[in-house]
Design a binder for this molecule. Structure first.
Ligand SMILES: CC(C)(COP(=O)(O)OP(=O)(O)OC[C@H]1O[C@@H](n2cnc3c(N)ncnc32)[C@H](O)[C@@H]1OP(=O)(O)O)[C@@H](O)C(=O)NCCC(=O)NCCS
Length: 203
């Protein structure tokens, strides 16, 4: 496994592995119906949050197919966890990954998700050597689709009626980016690790 140097600093945020003591901050957003609406879980109570955070504390690297790297997104000024980002290794052989993210509504609308997700794409493409990263969302999740488009990902598909989800058949949007697209100047995003930080970024 490639060693990842934590914390990862972006212009306004810090990304680091989860700790058990993050449960209170995580509960502040994972407990909300508006946050859970398009997630596979229902709003989480304290015990479910404790279990979820405990699981995320163990998701610190990508070795085998299905492994998930979960990172807490911290606002340095307050030390609060304002959201989470993740990268799943779909296939080590084919260097495929999938991006995920959840933010507290109080910290949405500021470009934080764009900034943190850009850092995850940079990690995936530049450090882990992924060939392709996808993002999938419920077709009604316009905030998520908007984020994937801000990141410069390509909309590849709308899958119809993929599953019966929270009382209705759902459609899914599939977005993707290739390593070579990330490396193209127009696809660069704002991370503190990128020497050209901010220059090509809409974030
Ligand atoms: C999906 C989610 C992370 C998107 O969050 P977001 O706050 O909309 O995304 P960003 O942080 O990139 O912020 C973008 C917004 O901030 C604005 N903004 C302000 N300053 C900005 C900046 N410096 N850079 C970029 N955008 C900025 C943008 O204009 C945009 O506003 P708009 O939505 O009115 O167009 C969030 O809605 C969420 O957590 N949802 C619940 C969980 C969920 O559904 N997860 C996805 C499952 S697939």
């Amino acid at each position: 496994m490639l060693r990842i140097d934590f914390p990862i600093a972006t212009t306004r945020l810090t990304l680091r592995p989860f700790r058990p003591e993050d449960a209170e901050d995580v509960g502040d957003y994972q407990g909300r119906p508006d946050v859970a609406r398009f997630m596979r879980w229902e709003p989480r109570g304290a015990e479910d949050v404790r279990v979820a955070v405990e699981q995320m504390t163990r998701e610190t690297g990508l070795v085998s197919d299905g492994d998930c790297l979960s990172l807490a997104v911290v606002e340095p000024g307050t030390g609060k966890v304002v959201g989470q980002v993740e990268l799943v290794l779909l296939s080590a052989e084919h260097r495929q990954g999938e991006l995920g993210y959840v933010f507290h509504p109080a910290h949405q609308g500021k470009g934080f998700a764009t900034e943190a997700a850009s850092a995850v794409l940079r990690l995936g493409f530049e450090e882990l050597g992924l060939h392709r990263v996808i993002g999938r969302c419920h077709a009604d999740n316009t905030a998520s689709a908007g984020l994937l488009e801000r990141l410069g990902m390509r909309r590849e598909a709308r899958l119809i009626g993929t599953e019966f989800f929270k009382g209705a058949w759902r459609d899914d949007l599939v977005y993707a980016m290739l390593q070579r697209e990330w490396q193209a100047p127009a696809a660069r995003r704002d991370t503190a690790h990128a020497p050209e930080a901010g220059t090509g970024a809409r974030a």
